[in-house]
Design a protein around this ligand. Structure first.
Ligand code: GLY
Length: 376
């Protein structure tokens, strides 16, 4: 029988949106994290001018330690706000793994729980993932999920169908490392992404939870078949595919479209939600404002993400938000929007899989499932 978490407050899994008061969260760890070896979906995502092209293997230990120091500090800041923080159990990611269909030289890491675990109400759903190197990442979270299942009799623990991830899942056109931004943007507008619709594929971080409505980014890491699967899996919810044509590397919605509280969303000004997809927000009185400009011109070294991690913030209640401490423009915007801003130093952790939202996974937020979009 799985052990419950000693000394922890009572576990209740419950989280319906991105803004209700947060009381229990998972914060990732950087241990053993690797730059994965080339594989179809991953190659399409690594920016064409990135210092990471052609590199793979364990990340330098000094960078792991710096990232872990910032992750630990972030956990302490959240705890000082009365939020219970749990941490995953890293495994040795620098190990060749495979299934009957493929083999890769290493795995990835467990810094971004948001990519793997989707909490919808009382359910925590393990995503299919869409990179081969991330197929086994759920293992780092199993000790926590087993304990939550033990402690909360109402928790639903689910795993989406494990995908085959054969070459049928990826478009061969993306195998070139010289596609060029112009062609990429044309493909994005046509929704010609690296992943096909051969089988359901999704990363949890493509889903933005707003009560009864789930807005899911269609892009490199989540396909339409996954949205069909999600709609059948969550029959009481309404699943809305969204896409952001200005993003040449569209993975994960949380540096693009971030709700801050009921009625208010910040949208990346370079990746605007298309007009037709704005209607549901307009009809229901939601405001979509441009996010502030990032404070940095480039991401840190060996980082997959863009400078727009500036807007990858963690709302801990509808009046309080964590923003990366060097993102002065984003902090200023949050302040003007009426938030108490908690600055959290986090740039040393970016390269390990994202920003302050990516690095967390919800377990408990107060509140229940509300209908924020009664006019469909
Ligand atoms: N998808 C995260 C980013 O903007 O890089």
């Amino acid at each position: 029988m799985a052990k419950s978490l000693k000394g922890a407050s009572k576990t209740v899994v419950n989280s319906w949106n991105e803004w209700d008061p947060l009381k229990h969260v998972i914060v990732g760890r950087a241990d053993f994290c690797c730059i994965p070896a080339p594989e179809p979906a991953l190659d399409a995502k690594v920016p064409e001018d990135s210092d990471m092209r052609g590199m793979h293997g364990p990340r330098p230990q000094a960078t792991v330690e710096k990232a872990n120091a910032q992750l630990d500090n972030y956990a302490k800041i959240l705890e000082s706000r009365g939020i219970r923080v749990d941490r995953p159990t890293p495994i040795q990611w620098n190990r060749s793994v495979g299934t009957p269909d493929w083999q890769v030289d290493s795995m990835f890491g467990c810094m971004p729980p948001r990519d793997v675990l989707l909490t919808v109400g009382k359910e925590i759903l393990e995503a299919t993932m869409s990179y081969r190197c991330r197929w086994f990442e759920y293992l780092a979270y199993r000790p926590l999920l087993e304990a939550y299942f033990e402690d909360d009799p109402g928790m639903r623990w689910e795993a989406a169908p494990k995908p085959r991830l054969t070459d049928k899942d990826y478009r061969a056109d993306y195998l070139s490392d010289k596609i060029g931004i112009e062609k990429r943007l044309k493909w994005m507008a046509e929704k010609y992404f690296v992943t096909t619709d051969h089988e359901p594929l999704f990363d949890a971080a493509d889903t933005c939870r707003m009560g009864k409505d789930l807005f899911i980014q269609h892009g490199f890491t989540t396909n339409l078949k996954a949205m069909n699967w999600m709609q059948r899996h969550f029959p009481e919810h309404r699943v809305h595919p969204v896409n952001f044509p200005g993003d040449p590397y569209p993975i994960h919605i949380d540096a693009t479209f971030v709700p801050l509280r009921p009625g208010l969303i910040i949208n990346n000004p370079k990746r605007k939600l298309p007009e037709a997809q704005r209607k549901i927000f307009q009809k229901n009185g939601w405001e979509i404002v441009d996010a502030a400009q990032p404070a940095h011109k480039t991401p840190p070294p060996l980082c997959y993400s863009s400078v727009w991690l500036s807007m990858n913030c963690l709302v801990i209640d509808p009046k309080t938000v964590c923003v990366e401490a060097s993102e002065v423009y984003q902090m200023e915007q949050m302040d003007k929007l009426g938030f108490e801003v908690i600055p959290v130093p986090f740039r040393d952790a970016y390269a390990f899989g994202g920003g302050l939202h990516c690095a967390t996974g919800d377990v408990y937020r107060e509140g229940k499932c509300e209908d924020y979009f009664p006019k469909q």
